[in-house]
Design a protein around this ligand. Structure first.
Ligand SMILES: [Zn+2]
Length: 170
């Protein structure tokens, strides 16, 4: 489960910043936060990993946007607002859940478009028609006059439905 989380972190950041190096850096950041089991400021993370604070901040802020890290806000003794970052099992669980939700939404819209894209075919001349066209032609092939047959993307829909269900098992 943690491996899936690390994968999501690394890929998302590498993609966003168009840099595999940033992706690996992000992985180190969340690993550090998880292992230390405490909230850390971005300065502290930068020092511990020996990377720049600016880079650390950029990565953490992006991860926050995606809900991949936890953040706490507090006021310091000299009245500055300070953000501290953390990664715990709850953050990881939620991140994976969100990711699964996005994947499911993508698949279900794909299933929907396949269902709507169902088509009609002429068994004689093999011309294909959409539902709208088939209705317009009164259900017969305008080329040869044969009764049109309905074809569904059953196989694809079936595959996608299985993929959709497998996400629930993560
Ligand atoms: Zn025909």
């Amino acid at each position: 489960m943690k491996e899936a989380y690390l994968y999501i972190v690394e890929k998302s950041v590498a993609w966003e910043f168009d840099s595999p190096e940033y992706g690996r850096l992000a992985r180190k950041v969340v690993e550090l936060l998880y292992d230390r089991k405490e909230d850390l400021t971005d300065d502290r993370v930068a020092i511990l990993l020996n990377i720049s604070t600016a880079e650390t901040r950029r990565i953490l802020q992006y991860l926050m946007k995606l809900g991949l890290v936890g953040v706490k806000k507090r006021t310091t003794e000299d009245y500055r607002i300070e953000y501290t970052w953390y990664v715990d099992d709850d953050v990881i669980r939620q991140a994976i859940k969100n990711r699964a939700k996005v994947a499911k939404e993508k698949i279900s819209s794909l299933i929907k478009s396949l269902t709507e894209g169902a088509y009609y075919v002429c068994p004689t001349c093999h011309m294909r028609y959409t539902l709208d066209q088939a209705v317009n032609y009164g259900g017969v092939c305008p080329v040869c006059g044969t009764q049109l047959e309905y074809v569904e993307n059953v196989e694809e829909i079936d595959k996608l439905t299985k993929a959709y269900e497998s996400i629930d098992k993560i």
